[in-house]
Design a protein around this ligand. Sequence first.
Ligand code: ADP
Ligand code: MG
Length: 902
Amino acid sequence: MDPALGPPDAMAEKRDELTPMMRQYHDLCARYDDALVLFQVGDFYETFCGAAERTARLLEVTLTSREDSTGEYPMTGIPVDNAESYIEELLEAGYRVAVADQIEEPGESPGVVERAVTRVITPGTLTEDELLASDDNNFVAALASAEGAERTLALALLDVSTGDFLATSSTSSEAIADEVSRFAPSEAVVAPDASGDPLPEDCMVTPFDPDAFALERATETVSTYFGEPDALLAGDAEIRACGALLEYAEYARGGTSENEDTTDEEVERADRDAGRLEYLTHLTRYDPREYLLLDAVALRSLELFEPRAVRAREDATLVGVLDETASALGGRALRDWIRRPLLEPDRIEARLDAVEELTGSVQTREHLHELLRDVYDLERLIGRISRERANARDLRSLRDTLAVVPEIRDRLADADCERLRGLRDELDPLADVRGLIDDAVVSDPPIEITEGGIVAEGYDANLDELRGTARDGKQWIDDLEACERERTGIDSLKVGYNSVHGYYIEVTNPNLDAVPENYQRRQTLKNSERFVTPALKEREDEIVGAEERADELEYELFCDVRSEVADEVERVQALADALATVDALVSLATVAAQYDYCRPEIAERDGDEAIDGLEIDIEGGRHPVVERTQESFVPNGADLSPERRLAVITGPNMSGKSTYMRQVAQIVLLAQVGSFVPAESARISPVDRIFTRVGASDDIAGGRSTFMVEMDELATILREADERSLVLLDEVGRGTSTADGLAIAQAITEHLHDEVGATTLFATHHHPLTELAEELPAAFTLHFEVEQREGEVVFHHEIAPGAATGSYGVEVATAAGVPEDVVERSRELVAENADEPAIDESDPRADPQGRADEPRVPASTDGGCQGLPDDVAAELRELELAHLTPVEALTELDRLQRLLEE
Ligand code: ADP
Ligand code: MG
């Protein structure tokens, strides 16, 4: 048990003797025993005992102590005013944080100040802007299962800050695991029956009341939010996951007061009502099969959100290139589109139409972009408003956003395509809400909502009257000085104010004789005396009373306005959606224009029964990310169809194989996002799933370079791929001996070709595979040629039909500066070993299909060793080529050569 959690032992032993405040702390710790309790005492959040020691160390703040009649307790405090950065560190250290605020002013009622946990901050339920990335969602997940003919596993995902709420389920727990990686939740609550199902490492698993997952209770929870769950969700597993997740979100919202008189049950019931999250207005159930499936491996290797190389620039990702959004709303929408590319041609075309139209008009696009920059994060704003955490400035931000909506509508007024016209109609300017805020809230309100200065003049007659009273009073006082000077004849008489004594009349010592009867002495200073009069006191009481009542009334009025706005949560959310979509579309159009992308043609999908493979026809394609980091990028095409669906790609290291394969996959993915693509032209049939397997040698950054992982991923591909899958295999079969590796690569190729029928790009250093490709009817070869110029290798990065003529390892070694004699000797050895199967010595360009007339047989691995002494041959055979760098290989050759000479 972590000593920072739960009630401290030192207090638990003598709970009843503790001072009332420490008893309160003890009880809150007991109630929130899986969270670190931050206990507000004035301007600080304090922690005590074990928690104090832990926070002091973690946050590098001073450990002090508190002493009272019952003992001495270690104590650490962090300032309330900038608690956020400290809380962030506690979260990073793996803690949940329960924030216990003072919920009444000290002295408001007798006894100890009342405190309550107003929020439980956990990685997945953050709502504070300071702790959240603005352009990405932050999800908390729930997993639950249901037994039927087959076990179903459900996943619910909620972004508490924006109200995005999704649910899905599948009989395949792998499919659910893929969805989990797609949304990358930062926290999860898991039903006992789903605890065996895997979650990513960086996802915090939170223990949560198993009863919340009970079907009956979950059904009730879901229906209080969304009505009958059966109409909305598919099956019991989804209901259980959604119900528990809602309860968890309510729990994390906090908001209950601690009252010793109530029983636990009462507290629990009160909690549930108080915690209801009104801004959770919709729950979207989806089927993973509606979207292009990308598992964790594909997400990583296609560099959608994170660069693969450790040293890469952080924005060297697909989203880094595509994100030209102006608002946080748009940024999140775009990420969701990239995370879930579409399958349905109609939906893809609708986005493409809009992008095309926006690409066509620079003016519209730029103007929209400018307008969208003034759009606040409406989703989080309305969330805060609904949770009663918004201040007057938030309302003004909402109002300022609403003010640009009519202009955005105007800009879309002559849109041709249906999508944009539809969006125009969805852009509800919420004139009523804007009017209400305009009328009620001043244009530059203070941050505090209890100290007045918020509500506009003319909004409320009572408030105006109170303010009038205060104003009149002040005016009377302002006039008093002149009046009294005249009456008393004291020209230096002054009227002033101080916070202890209130208003006073000040008379300097030489004039004291002239002070009238009705002046009452209040304060004696060195050179003067201060007085009051009954009339002044009366006015003062009037002013203070009116101001106090005005502040209270303003607070009430503000809360009313806020809750009136909160009632419109659904309309605000719909507006936010529409704005987000416009922003994401404008971003795609901007990128398309800026980088010269073209509109892809989307090939119709055949009805499900007549699945017959994919068509991917790209001319002049470029890698969207690499082309941004490269001075010049060489475009390459791809022509894949059911008849030519398996390409074996060869070429020396660094010639461009990996880049080429990823570029094909990214172009396909972009097309399905509804984006234009980096190519001269592209015709694409929507792909159901992209699989990637990047060989161990190429995945060092990922730190998963074991042969076992490679085989595991391959197994998944072979099991799950079908005719509508796009498979990228990059240097598969490297993590083992050459003979094994080749055998595996060959068997995989045959299987993919004969049984699976997936569209496959296979980059390999196993040259015999090219011969296999020539035998298989739907397979063909591609290669990257390099040129040797003055002993140096020149990479053209240009793909061509046919197989590569050699591996150029020796040339690369020259370029790397390996000594000349070693290089020479390697050339000799290469020549000696050349009775290895010749791989297409003719110019492959002469044979566009890359098909040799006669099929050739893969080499026996012994071929090159004939005529060598046994010991050298044995050593050669045992060399693990896969684990040697070119330089090591040369060194090794050099040694063997010496051995031969001996
Ligand atoms: P391989 O997989 O054949 O070893 P890569 O695809 O990793 O080669 O490419 C190596 C480098 O060559 C890339 O990092 C990139 O800098 C450059 N490159 C690849 N393809 C192209 C291209 N089409 N145009 C320009 N440069 C390219
Ligand atoms: Mg490579």
